[in-house]
Design a protein around this ligand. Structure first.
Ligand code: NAG
Ligand code: NAG
Length: 142
């Protein structure tokens, strides 16, 4: 019992101090399946935030932790607002949207869950998308 107590304490300390590894390692696709690094199909389940420029209220670390621990999720979807006349977006308020996305990605990493980085545009905006994903890949690809 006593050693169990200390083990639990050690695990808690490790959790508090370091980012967690995601449950299935590096994901990949095999045929129509999402698999773990060994090729075994896995199931991702979780919630999506609302688009960053319309309802940014939940784009923070507390919410990401709640989505993991309160909803038993292993993935979160982060739909980036690209453009709008009412509320800005990647086109109009880039630094603000980037900060929101970075906050959610960093929190997902800290919580050991996957994050779907969603370029949530209603028209492709291909050149902007390429620049955005080049940046995200450079920053988080590894
Ligand atoms: C995160 O968002 C929720 C909902 O808006 C809020 O209750 C909570 O205080 C926020 N946490 C932080 C750290 O901003
Ligand atoms: C990604 O974009 C942010 C915000 O514009 C910038 O601060 C950062 O340096 C960029 N990172 C890379 C690797 O391009």
């Amino acid at each position: 019992m006593n050693s169990l107590f200390w083990l639990f304490g050690l695990i808690s300390l490790a959790v508090a101090t370091f980012a967690l590894a995601p449950p299935y390692g590096q994901l990949k696709t095999v045929g129509a399946h999402i698999t773990n690094s060994a090729g075994t199909p896995v199931q991702l389940r979780g919630l999506s935030l609302f688009t960053s420029h319309y309802i940014p209220d939940y784009w923070n670390a507390t919410s990401v932790n709640q989505i993991k621990c309160g909803w038993n999720s292993n993935v979160i979807r982060a739909p980036l607002g690209i453009s709008s006349t009412c509320c800005g977006g990647w086109v109009e308020t880039r630094d603000r949207e980037y900060k929101r996305m970075k906050t959610v990605i960093d929190a997902a990493i800290d919580n050991g869950i996957y994050v779907i980085v969603d370029w949530h545009a209603f028209s492709a905006q291909l050149d902007l998308a390429k620049g955005f994903f080049a940046n995200i890949s450079k920053t988080y690809g590894s």
